[in-house]
Design a protein. Sequence first.
Length: 255
Amino acid sequence: MEDEAGAAAAAAAAAAAARYQFMKEDVGAVVEEELEAADLSRTCRRDSYCAVCAKAFCSHCCGFHHSWTGFHVVIPIALDAATGQPSLPTHYPGSTDPIPAFIADRMAAADYATPLAVDAYCVACMAPFCERAACYHHRRGCGGGDAVLRLEVRGGRHYVRCRGDEDWFSYLERILGDPVADDGGEMMLVPVLKREQPGTCVQCGGPVPCPILLRCSPSCAARHNQEVARRRERRDAMRASLQLAKLHIHGSASS
């Protein structure tokens, strides 16, 4: 009896450990995997101007970097409802101080009306953004350019253009599919995998016990991990093939 009870307790402990492990994997990586839930199809526009940075920017794409009161001076730019053209203020927001002419001239030269598509994602900020609608902060202040993913749209689907060995890749590989194209060099196009319904298991499609989890159970987590490992092997093989082809081209050119 004691042996049976001990075996049952051990089995229960093992099951609990497995549940904890798969939850630890998913929850621990949820910050990095915000990309899976991000709205990459939205468009933005430059809706603000920073007098300190001397740049027009989108508050969605680069607003966080301009949120330090006392360091940045942000001027919101609204569009006229009738004409669709920017309505440029003459005074700083919440102040009677007029905007100096040299700042007003630079502010007026920017394009505030054109819709701009999301074409990048900052891993450090966990935010999609448009390069043209943002300042230099994502590239310079978020761990350098290595923190920024280049996004492209092909056939209505979003892809990441990358080498496959970037520092961020291991954090995001569970939501990145098999490479489908390359530019003839060392870069690959890797699709961003998105669930059809939020809150569902990426493996079986069933409900997950917690909305932030990707998998519903230890068994689904194990199968999904195996699939991720197989995709990793295929990407590594393509990357090696691209590198070998590049060496062959360089070798032929030098001979």
